[in-house]
Design a protein around this ligand. Structure first.
Ligand code: UD1
Length: 365
C-alpha cells in the first residue's frame, strides 16, 4: 500500500518522523514522502530532517511563501500532479498548516482515503488560519487519529461518524520522549556560549499573525518583555515573520535596548528542545509548545486568548495570558516567585502514538 505522507511547515516535521520510523515494521506499507516547500529556509526545514533522521523527501513541490490563497492553491496544483504520477492508495496528513488542508482537498476529490493525524483539536476561533484548516481537513478525512478525549468529543459535536475516529495520542510527544536526552546534550554548547544555567532564563517563541502582524498587539507584548527581562533573561529564537515585522514596525531600537532579550536565528529541534527543557518557563504563542511544556513539566504562558489544547490548562502547566501587557508581566512574576503551575498529562501521550498509527493503517489494507 503506497501512502503519500505530506509535510510542509516546521511543526509537521517532528510529527512525521516517528510515523515513518514505525511504518518500517510493516513491509506492506510503502510511504512516499512529499514536502510541499511551504517552509524552505534551512533552519525552518532541512535541519529537522538532519536531526530527526527523516528520509530525503521523494518529491519536493517548492511552493514557497504567498498569501493563504496563493500558497494553498499552488500546493493543490502541484499535489494533483503527484497523485496522477504516483497513484497513492492513501494520503496521510499531519497537523493544521496550509499544506495539510491543500493536500486533503486534492485527495478527497480523487476519492483517495485520507488519514489525518492530530484530528479533532479545536480552538473555536475561526480567525486562526489553523482552525479553518483543522475543521475542513477533518470533515473530509476518512481516518481521524486524535490526540485526546477532548478531540473525540469535538468531532462528535460536529456530527462526524465515530467509526472514523481513533484515539491514538499525541505524536509530537513520541519525538520529545525519544530525543529528550539527545536534546539536553545538544543544547549544552549554546547554553555555555550564552552564559545560561538551568532555570535561569525564559524560552520564548512568537510568530502568530494576531500577535505580530498587528502593530498595537506586538507593541503591547514588547512592553511586557521590557519589564520581564529586567528580572530574567529571555531566549528568543525568532521566526522570519516576526523578524520582518520588527523592522517594518520600527521596533528595532526598542528590541536592541533590551539587554536581556537574546535573539537567535530559528533553532533546530534538538537545541531548541534542550533549551526548553532547561528553562524556567516558556512564553509562547505556538500550539505544540503548550503540550511539550506540559510533558516536560515546566510552566507555560501562552500569549493567546484561547487554545486547542485545553487539557494543558486543566491538567498541565499552561496558562493563557493573551496579549495584555499587565497579565503577561504579572503571570511571569508569579512564576519567578515560585508559584508556577505543576501538572500531569494524558496517559495516552506515552511515546507510542506512531506505533498505534502504523498498526491501524496496516490493519485497514
Ligand atoms: C505556519 C503555520 C503555523 C505554524 C508556523 C510555524 C499555516 C497556516 N501556518 O505559519 O500554523 O505555527 O508555520 O512556523 O500553515 N518564511 C521564511 N522562510 C521560511 C518560511 C517562511 O522566510 O522557510 C517567511 C515568509 O516571509 C512567509 C512567512 O515567513 O511569508 C510566513 O510563513 P508561512 O508559511 O506563510 O506561515 P507561518 O507564519 O510560518
Amino acid at each position: 500500500m503506497k501512502i503519500a505522507c505530506v509535510v510542509g511547515a516546521r511543526p509537521n516535521f517532528m510529527k512525521i518522523a516517528p510515523i515513518l520510523e514505525e511504518m518500517k515494521a510493516y513491509p506492506n506499507l510503502k510511504p512516499l514522502l512529499i514536502h510541499t516547500g511551504q517552509h524552505y529556509d534551512y533552519t525552518m526545514s532541512q535541519v529537522f530532517f538532519d536531526e530527526l533522521d527523516i528520509p530525503k523527501p521523494d518529491v519536493f513541490l517548492n511552493v514557497g511563501s504567498g498569501t493563504h490563497a496563493v500558497q494553498t492553491a499552488k500546493i493543490m496544483i502541484e499535489f494533483d500532479k503527484v497523485i496522477a504520477e504516483h497513484k497513492p492508495d492513501m494520503v496521510l496528513v499531519v497537523g493544521d498548516v496550509n499544506s495539510t488542508l491543500a493536500c486533503s482537498l486534492v485527495s478527497s476529490k480523487l476519492w483517495i482515503p485520507i488519514v489525518h493525524v492530530e484530528a479533532g483539536i479545536r480552538s473555536y476561533d475561526r480567525t486562526m488560519p489553523e482552525e479553518i484548516n483543522r475543521v475542513l481537513t477533518d470533515v473530509i478525512s476518512d481516518y481521524l487519529m486524535t490526540p485526546t478525549e477532548d478531540a473525540n468529543k469535538n468531532l462528535a459535536k460536529e456530527g462526524i461518524s465515530q467509526e472514523k475516529v481513533i484515539l491514538v495520542g499525541d505524536v509530537m510527544i513520541d519525538t520529545l520522549i525519544k530525543y529528550k536526552d539527545k536534546a539536553i546534550s545538544a543544547s549544552s554548547g549554546i547554553m555555555q556560549e550564552l552564559g545560561l544555567e538551568k532555570a535561569s532564563y525564559v524560552i520564548m517563541t512568537l510568530h502568530r499573525p494576531s500577535n505580530v502582524d498587528i502593530k498595537e498587539n506586538f507593541a503591547g507584548i514588547l512592553e511586557a518583555l521590557w519589564e520581564i527581562q529586567k528580572h530574567i533573561k529571555i531566549v528568543f529564537p525568532i521566526h522570519p515573520r516576526t523578524k520582518n515585522r520588527i523592522s517594518e514596525f520600527g521596533f528595532s531600537d526598542k528590541v536592541s535596548q533590551m539587554k536581556n532579550l537574546i535573539i537567535l536565528e530559528p533553532l533546530g529541534y534538538l537545541k531548541f528542545m534542550g533549551l526548553m527543557i532547561n528553562s524556567k518557563f516558556a512564553l509562547t504563542d505556538s500550539g505544540g509548545m503548550q503540550t511539550e511544556s506540559t510533558v516536560i513539566n515546566i510552566p507555560c504562558l501562552t500569549m493567546r486568548e484561547n487554545t486547542e489544547r485545553p487539557e494543558t490548562i486543566r491538567e498541565g502547566t499552561n496558562t493563557l495570558v493573551g496579549n495584555d501587557t499587565q497579565t503577561i508581566i504579572s503571570e511571569s512574576m508569579k512564576i519567578l516567585e515560585g508559584k508556577g503551575k505543576k501538572g500531569t498529562y494524558p496517559k495516552i501521550w506515552d511515546g507510542h502514538t506512531a506505533r498505534r498509527i502504523a498498526e491501524i493503517i496496516n490493519s485497514r489494507q
